[in-house]
Ligand binder design. Structure first.
Ligand code: NAD
Length: 318
């Protein structure tokens, strides 16, 4: 496993890291023992950064993750969770709610300190509230030693500038976006010079596009358009014919970019996380990688967006 510095935080984190949303059943029912073994397998193979949220599975992901982490030395992992989203349509970025949220997350996770606390999907918030209320509340928690660092997450990329352009240096230390740096979308890479100018760590989530680039395909709730799904299926079928796991290409594509501090992959199966860690280390078959990108070219950067109108990216619909 290779490690990269997460912006200016002083944390050295694994280039492939573990996203715990599947522990909440987000991608379908899980076997809890398998989920717990997945966390242990990740840590045993060098992953040292874990991301979760109270939103995933309506707090279940944090609860199962807490069970997995019970008895694991606290210095073996950095733990990131989030505040502000509590249901599909339920957002509360008030100072009171996010402060209480930290206590609730710590109780479920069985820890008294969170390494990185992130405002979850700020495209659903007024940027002014994040700047004037939410971030000051998180700064108080950081000053009090309850959390190590502060981050913001979102799908549309312009939402980051809506907030970052209004806050001083060092307030926000990381950004997390998802589905915007993967085999069919590289838009997050265009933002790296801006993030670098702010000395931020960059967390790239969902290398398979939340299942789009997997043999199993997308879950029901997935926002991809039929064209995106059909084109991704062509890439999946091509890989199957070539005898290559498309997830291998998806993981290799993401971890290869030095500007993506880490890539968060989710699964509730130990064999999947073990394979993904192995994939991150194996040599890349450049010819197959290029062919898959060619197949995906018609939908390149045609992703989905969401959030309040002022926070949405302008995308070419696919
Ligand atoms: P992902 O691209 O990691 O895909 C997860 C899906 O891929 C699951 O269905 C899983 O079973 C499958 N998968 C993983 N490895 C596999 C393998 N080797 N073979 C076959 N299938 C495999 O998407 P994700 O889980 O949504 O993203 C990763 C993590 O990033 C999340 O768990 C979460 O922690 C974080 N995330 C954060 C945000 C946010 O903050 N807004 C949004 C999305 C994701």
């Amino acid at each position: 496993m290779k490690y990269r510095p997460l912006g200016n935080t002083g944390l050295e984190i694994s280039v492939l890291s573990y996203g715990a949303s599947p522990l909440g059943g987000v991608f379908g029912q899980i076997n809890q023992d398998d989920g717990i073994r997945t966390v242990h397998t990740a840590l045993d193979h060098g992953i040292n950064f874990i991301d979760v949220s109270p939103y995933y599975g309506d707090t279940k992901a944090e609860t199962v993750l807490g069970q997995a982490l019970a008895g694991v030395d606290r210095d073996r992992y950095y733990l990131a969770t989030k505040v502000g989203q509590y249901g599909q349509e339920e957002f509360d970025f008030s100072a009171e709610r996010v402060t209480r949220s930290l206590d609730e997350s710590c109780a479920r996770l069985g820890v008294d300190y969170i390494d990185l606390l992130q405002c979850h999907d700020i495209e659903f918030a007024e940027p002014d509230q994040i700047v004037t209320e939410t971030l000051p509340a998180l700064v108080k928690l950081r000053d009090a030693g309850r959390i190590g660092h502060i981050g913001i997450t979102g799908l549309p990329l312009k939402v980051f500038a809506n907030v970052l352009d209004q806050v001083g240096p060092g307030i926000v230390e990381t950004v997390l976006s998802f589905c915007r740096y993967e085999l069919n979308d590289t838009a997050l890479a265009d933002w790296l010079p801006y993030f670098e100018s702010k000395q931020l760590g960059v967390i790239n989530a969902s290398p398979t596009g939340m299942g789009l680039l997997t043999p199993r395909g997308v879950p029901d709730w997935h926002p991809a358009t039929p064209t995106m799904i059909a084109t991704a299926k062509q890439a999946v079928d091509f890989c199957a014919k070539e005898g290559v796991d498309i997830v291998k290409l998806a993981v290799q594509f993401c971890v290869a970019h030095p500007g993506m501090t880490t890539t968060l992959v989710g699964t509730s199966r130990p064999e999947n996380i073990e394979a993904n860690i192995r994939y991150a280390e194996e040599p890349v078959d450049e010819a197959i990688m290029a062919r898959v990108q060619e197949i995906l070219a018609p939908i390149h950067n045609h992703n989905f967006t969401r959030g309040l109108p002022q926070n949405r990216d302008e995308l070419i619909p696919a």
